[in-house]
Design a protein around this ligand. Structure first.
Ligand code: DGY
Length: 318
């Protein structure tokens, strides 16, 4: 039997995914732009392979009467209507664990870049104005010994905290549930969000995007942060209010911010945040290493095949 899979975005550059898909008896139906190909026959679709954060809506799932699985390339599934999938009895699989280290590494890359003016410094060092070393110039924030506040002490948050040990940083965390492992291994202290924002020198946002975390960091929360604080978003754009962030950076309240994610993503090319020097901005590179992407490919294709073959989906979230 040849399975019919609707695949979002162009995965061809990813040799691992292409190889794994080629090994299975699968016919691909492409969705390369923001809409599926107009001639897509939804009646025959057995699976959706979600790649590149296109929305998997209730309407789309309902359009596919044979749908057996939605397999997501990635751990965050906020772009998939999970409530609808549950109601429709369609399993959803994701790729947890494999990307924790990579995403924690990148959270640190952002934190360090923002704290120590790495991106601004790089641009300046290449530009025409760097004619003499100036010891008073581009002073950053001392990372070693600073208090690190982690919002979202899940698997990735834990790894972010683990890396702080080498910098001698006390760790505060805010999480819906207590994380006893983080407390035991990292000496992390669970506090209310406001206390974390007020006391931390560095704030890492590593929570999933849910109804509860959408807009969690707004103008009020930014105002609670120290004026020397550095805040890093390696979660999802909508966990903070971008207008409030912009106002905060412009007013000089906050040393700097860094983010891997925005809303929309990408930002319009003339968006005001793009002109903000004290914002380090990346194009969603959290899990972007060859090793991790290969791991994500294997896990997501395994979820896809399990769903198609009526086997238990190994990493099923719905
Ligand atoms: C994830 O796994 O959620 C990353 O953001 C890539 O989708």
């Amino acid at each position: 039997m040849t399975w019919q899979v609707l695949i979002q975005s162009d995965v061809e550059p990813y040799v691992t995914i292409t190889r794994l898909l080629d090994q299975a008896d699968i016919e691909l139906h492409w969705w390369r732009d923001h809409e599926p190909d107009p001639d897509t026959n939804f009646d025959v679709i057995d699976a959706i392979y979600a790649y590149g954060h296109f929305s998997v809506t209730r309407e789309l799932m309902q359009k596919c009467p044979r749908l057996k699985i939605v397999a997501n390339f990635g751990v965050g599934c906020d772009h998939i209507d999970q409530e609808a999938a549950k109601e429709l009895g369609i399993p959803v699989g994701n790729t947890p664990g494999v990307l924790d280290d990579t995403t924690a590494d990148l959270t640190w890359a952002l934190l360090m870049a923002a704290a120590r003016n790495v991106v601004r410094g790089d641009h300046f060092a290449r530009g025409p104005d760097f004619l003499q070393y100036d010891p008073s110039f581009m002073l950053g924030q001392q990372i070693t010994g600073g208090i690190l506040g982690i919002v979202g002490m899940g698997r990735i948050g834990y790894q972010v905290g683990k890396r702080a040990i080498g910098f001698g940083m006390p760790i505060l965390y805010h999480n819906r549930n207590r994380n006893e492992k983080a407390e035991a291994d990292l000496g992390a202290t669970r506090v209310a969000l406001d206390e974390l924002l007020e006391r931390s020198d560095f704030i890492a946002l590593n929570m999933p995007l849910t109804d509860e975390t959408t807009g969690m960091i707004g103008a009020r929360e930014f105002a609670l942060m120290k004026s020397t604080a550095v805040v890093v978003n390696a979660a999802r754009g909508p966990v903070w209010d971008q207008d409030a962030l912009l106002a905060c950076l412009r007013s000089g309240h906050l040393h700097a911010a860094a983010t891997d994610v925005t809303y929309p993503e990408p930002l319009p090319r003339d968006h005001e945040l793009l002109a903000e020097e004290r914002l380090v901005l990346l194009p969603h590179l959290g899990s972007a290493t060859q090793q991790t992407r290969d791991g994500m490919a294997e896990m997501s294709i395994e979820n896809l095949l399990a769903g198609l073959e009526d086997r238990p989906v190994p990493n099923r979230i719905v």
